[in-house]
Design a protein around this ligand. Structure first.
Ligand SMILES: NC(=O)c1ccc[n+]([C@@H]2O[C@H](COP(=O)([O-])OP(=O)(O)OC[C@H]3O[C@@H](n4cnc5c(N)ncnc54)[C@H](OP(=O)(O)O)[C@@H]3O)[C@@H](O)[C@H]2O)c1
Length: 335
């Protein structure tokens, strides 16, 4: 049996937790309907993070180790790259969503699972098939709760594969019968650093987002939130995971200019020209295509939401754009 979080089990309809899961926990606690629970007597849940070899996955595992939330399983296509985590007590297992058989043993004995969306967006349909395979395997393995890293406002959009994949993966999770938490991560601030460095060298930052805004969020905040949710969420809920503010492209450019001391102007361009700029900055075509899909979503108003999820789940105020750019100032100015 997995450890469902008693404090929140009975308020699953609330969008936000009243406190983060491990905050102020003593050995005995009274839950919301007055039952006294002995946490010390409950078995630790087994928590699994897929894609632990990726940048987000590794940060999630680190966060779980730090909070000692349960016993941690990390799956990856390249277990040898996670030898350092294995040495620290993480159960590192091989899993490849393209190899459904690998998931039978990888997901065995797991109570709660974080499904990290894959980065395989170069072949239409592949990523969705991978995610559906993972959801099916989680259900077959008896996983109780699945968390998934999604995007803001996913919709069925065949012309925007990135967004479409997320929509249909969420549907697969909703239909699984499991409990779930959808983590609708806004755009990681780190995704734009390479292109921003290139733009700073030219003095112009093209944008196809018009007056649309976005609440950039750091990858580390997404990871800490995902770890807390994996350890403690119950029921079924959708969380927008965002930074502390929304910025239009022009506002983002103004912050970047202040942080770097360089002249930088926003320039309105077509979607095609925006893609050309991303490619010119050195991004791989599949990454550029993903960012174009995000840019269109921003222009349509789907990414301009600020939520309290990061603070509510981690106890920390999310990093704003200024602080992430400041942290990366020397890299931005090196171009
Ligand atoms: N919100 C945003 O701004 C944003 C930006 C970029 C990406 N993303 C999405 O968020 C995910 C995590 O971000 P990240 O920065 O950690 O990306 P990343 O470093 O590129 O990691 C890619 C991830 O995909 C996994 N993966 C690829 N093929 C797989 C397969 N066949 N089976 C199972 N897992 C597979 C990798 O797992 P292993 O290598 O361990 O097997 C790894 O976790 C990305 O994959 C992408 O879907 C979101």
């Amino acid at each position: 049996m997995f450890l469902s979080e008693p404090i929140f089990r009975d308020c699953a309809s609330l969008h936000w937790p009243l406190q983060s899961p491990n905050e102020g926990r003593s050995h005995f606690e009274t839950d919301i309907i007055g039952n006294v629970r002995d946490y010390g007597a409950m078995a630790e849940p087994t928590l699994l993070v897929t894609g632990a070899g990726g940048r987000l996955g590794r940060l999630v595992v680190e966060s779980l180790l730090e909070s000692q939330a349960g016993s941690v399983v990390a799956t990856t296509r390249e277990p040898q790259r996670l030898a350092d985590l294995a040495a620290r007590g993480v159960d590192v297992r091989y899993a490849d969503f393209d190899q459904p058989d690998s998931l039978l043993s990888a997901f065995a004995g797991v109570d709660r699972l974080l499904l990290i969306s894959t980065n395989q967006i170069d072949r239409p349909g592949l990523r969705l098939a991978q995610h559906r395979t993972a959801v099916g395997a989680a259900k077959a393995a008896g996983v109780g709760h699945i968390a998934f890293t999604s995007v803001p406002a996913p919709q069925p959009l065949p012309e925007a594969a990135l967004i479409d994949d997320y929509f249909w993966t969420e549907v697969a999770i909703f239909e699984s019968g499991l409990d779930w938490t959808i983590l609708r991560n806004n755009l990681y601030t780190e995704t734009i650093l390479q292109t921003l460095a290139y733009s700073l060298a030219t003095g112009e930052m093209p944008t196809a987002a018009g007056r649309g805004s976005r609440s950039w969020v750091s990858r580390a905040d997404c990871a800490r939130t995902a770890a807390a949710v994996l350890a403690g969420a119950s029921g079924r809920q959708i969380l927008d995971v965002t930074g502390p503010e929304t910025l239009t492209s022009a506002e983002f450019v103004a912050v970047a200019a202040q942080v770097t001391g360089r002249v930088l102007q926003p320039v309105a361009v077509s979607v095609n020209d925006y893609r050309r700029h991303l490619l010119a900055s050195g991004l791989a075509p599949m990454v550029a295509d993903a960012l174009v899909d995000y840019e269109v979503a921003t222009a349509r108003g789907y990414t301009g939401v600020v939520s309290p999820a990061v603070k509510a789940w981690t106890g920390r105020t999310p990093a704003d754009v200024r602080s992430v750019l400041t942290e990366n100032r020397s890299m931005l100015l090196a171009a």
